[in-house]
Design a protein around this ligand. Sequence first.
Ligand SMILES: *Cc1c(COP(=O)(O)O)cnc(C)c1O
Length: 494
Amino acid sequence: MSRLDILSPATPVDFQVPVSFPGSPGFRDTPVLDRPEDSSSVHEKSDFTVDEGEAEKIFASLPPLHRGHPDVHLRNGIMNASRKATENKINAEKAFFVADLGQVYRQHQRWLQCMPDIEPFYAVKCNPDPYVLRLLAALGAGFDCASNGEIAKVLALGGVEPDRIVFANPCKATSFIRSAAKVGVDKMTFDNEDELYKIARTHPEAKLIVRILADDSKSVCRFGVKFGAPLEVVPRLLMKARELHLDVIGVSFHVGSGCYDPTIYDDAVRRARDAFHMGARVGYQFSLLDVGGGFEDEHLETAASVLTRAIQRYFPDRTGIKVIAEPGRYYVSRAFSLATNIIARRAPMSEGSSEQEGVSDLKTEDPRVMYYINDGVYGAFNCIMFDHQVVTPHVLSMNGSFHLSGAVAMSASSVWGPTCDSLDQVCKSVMLPSGLQVGDWLGWHEMGAYTICAASQFNGFELSEVVYTTSKGGEKVREVLRRIAADGYGHGEM
Ligand SMILES: *Cc1c(COP(=O)(O)O)cnc(C)c1O
């Protein structure tokens, strides 16, 4: 027996409708309250339910904004799904995200607290969610865009001046540089000579930032193999820029995405200082230091203190130098949770309904039960392939109930996506309750970064939709969103 971590008992809600579908082994008509094994859990009805009437429509082009804790909306989504299932609605059990904009807001406050002197330019590629972009625009953040599509998306919000955008892709298509020039996006990075010729031809007024190579060996996703000029070539690059009459205004680096050792920022800032000196030698007086992305939720304070100290050490006289950063993952990772439905199950024939067995199979290396869920590595879980993530599920609902007693039999299980590709494996081996059935729901936290944005519809599976809510800090979120809506921006296309 092992303890199972599920939704907190402080927020109990019981299903009144069966969660699984007629014909499935998990189907039951009777309320789960009758289950004897539930006797240990809390049963009183709480007021932790959400009145749908409270959802607020701030932008006509976006889904409404709810209130309340994301867990409530995960449950509501599951109850809605089961209601739809009883009405035989198509795709009733569809997977869905719950996004908590209150979390994005709190991350921003935390950033301002830790690094008041470093302006965040949110890396759009990480999650170009329409609400996230609007909220960050309303809060005054800048944006790091890598393509003219991303630039168009940010400008379409209506309230972001082009100087709040940095075109932070050192290798851009010529047509993209031209269209950046057209819309007034001047700040852009480069790390090679060819890029300088392209920019000189198509956007001679650009404000250039030389992207230098940083040590990315302490990051999950390393960028150094693709981008960044080694310091030894920087003097020649800057000389070439001079020759082409280009305006270089500063230096940027990226320590790699998912940086687990923030002390690496110190070395990167030191290299940037050297690049500032190289600029001075060819006659540039740089005014911008861009410390890139890589910030992790759990390391933000450490990264902030390393960076702050490094900037003090290597740039003791900061007058005339603006410092910006390009955080992506940090802002959104924890703000999105995903709910997936178990659409199929394959278990050893003899096992039958293992709920009564009462024995735990603790050998995780040898999963015996296979669960198939309705999102996978071709969808939101592409983060497993592209972003080297390891994901772990928790049980959202089981056998028509949000309650699980503290001790249930567990089995080593594997979890698979819905497509016909065997590569579509979400968890190789994870301990899950032996009693899980088709129709039950698994939840996944920290699904906000590099998930939705790279999801495909391979094999005909639709992308999972997002339900938006605001937990703690929600009043402030709604206030800033209402304000930009009233100012007339944020109404553009999603
Ligand atoms: C991907 C990327 C970022 C964001 O990185 P995170 O690790 O998500 O913070 C920032 N800047 C550039 C140039 C990037 O390519």
